[in-house]
Design a protein around this ligand. Structure first.
Ligand SMILES: Cc1ncc(COP(=O)(O)O)c(C=O)c1O
Length: 330
């Protein structure tokens, strides 16, 4: 289908490879072929799923007179780090509103935020959650008073602009499927702010990709993501009404959050180490580790039976491994 995409900045290294996981398929596949779409390779510091969204979001910012990007997330937010580097690459100032207390030593993504020259403001979690809208307004006002114009990018870049990233990625997956001889697949992704899942769900329908998209939630619950992805899709359609809104059916694999967002059990760290040894692939404890574990558990339960191919979208997150180094038992 020919879609009228808005302008985007070419920030991501695409197409990313679709890689067959031979030993993981033997170990855990139960007859399925396991594949990984390597969106952890969209760049180095500008890596992961957020880069695809930021291609469209930064172009929107430039085309609408914004010179500053404000966004928010946890202290180890991959989205914030990717935004910091996208801004640096394009000459846009970046201000990050982070949840948590600034540690004495910056590590992982936070260290990279600083290297990219982003302005970082940290807020205690309670204040962050209750006042995030006011904080965005406050800083937008702050920049306006200084003659600047700041775009507020929501958590994870998940809105009607950001979803274009994974609508477009589905075109890439069409080529991947043809090259790999995949006729029908289940496509599994971590879902945290919903935009990747919303984009894939829209993209699969719009491009008629023979795939069923599943989001493994790493926070909140199934209902939250059914609502959030539907809201992102509705925002997309409201902003781009000339695009046809397809039948939108999000699917969530709930039950793998564990003790909470960013808190992973021992089995996740063991899985990260095992997959590292087995396939040379690094997952992270916040997103992809939980999502991969969820996918394996669902394979065990027969969720995907009748379909040979399962594609795991590797959404990145490697820098989140380092601040949790103490949880690995060697
Ligand atoms: C590594 C990684 N994977 C998956 C996700 C989830 O993507 P989304 O926020 O679009 O749901 C995120 C961000 O939240 C992420 O940083």
């Amino acid at each position: 289908m020919t879609l009228a995409y808005p302008r985007r900045n070419e920030l991501a290294r695409t197409p990313t490879p679709l890689q067959y996981l031979e030993r993981a398929s033997q170990n855990w596949g139960r007859g399925h072929r396991l594949w990984v779409k390597r969106d952890d390779l969209t760049g180095c510091t500008l890596s992961g799923n957020k880069v695809r969204k930021l291609e469209f979001i930064t172009a929107y910012a430039q085309d609408n007179g914004y010179d500053t990007l404000i966004t928010c997330g946890g202290l180890q937010s991959n989205h914030c780090r990717a935004t910091a580097f996208a801004g640096a690459r394009l000459g846009l100032q970046v201000h990050l509103l982070l949840r948590g207390e600034r540690p004495a030593d910056a590590d992982g993504n936070l260290l990279l935020d600083e290297i990219a020259g982003a302005t970082v403001s940290c807020y205690p979690p309670r204040r962050f959650f209750s006042e995030i809208d006011q904080l965005f307004n406050h800083w937008q006002q702050h920049y306006a008073e200084r003659g600047r114009q700041a775009l507020a990018i929501p958590t994870g870049g998940s809105d009607g602009i950001g979803v274009w990233g994974y609508i477009r990625a589905c075109e890439e997956l069409q080529d991947d499927f043809s090259a790999a001889g995949i006729e029908q697949a289940h496509l599994v992704t971590a879902t945290g702010s919903g935009g990747t899942q919303a984009g894939l769900t829209l993209g699969v329908a719009l491009h008629k990709l023979p795939a069923t998209v599943w989001g493994v939630n790493v926070c909140d619950d199934e209902q939250y993501f059914l609502d959030k992805t539907a809201a992102d899709a509705a925002d997309w359609h409201a902003r781009y009404p000339r695009a046809t809104m397809p039948d939108f059916k999000p699917r969530v694999l709930d039950g793998y959050v564990g003790d909470g967002y960013g808190i992973a059990g021992d089995h996740i760290f063991e899985l990260i180490a095992e997959l590292g040894r087995l396939e040379g692939l690094v997952l992270d404890p916040v997103y992809t580790g939980k999502a991969f574990a969820g996918m394996l558990a669902e394979i065990q339960q027969g969720r995907f039976s009748g379909c040979r191919d399962i594609v795991f979208l590797h959404t990145g997150g490697i820098f989140g491994v380092f601040p949790q180094r103490n949880h690995f038992n060697w």
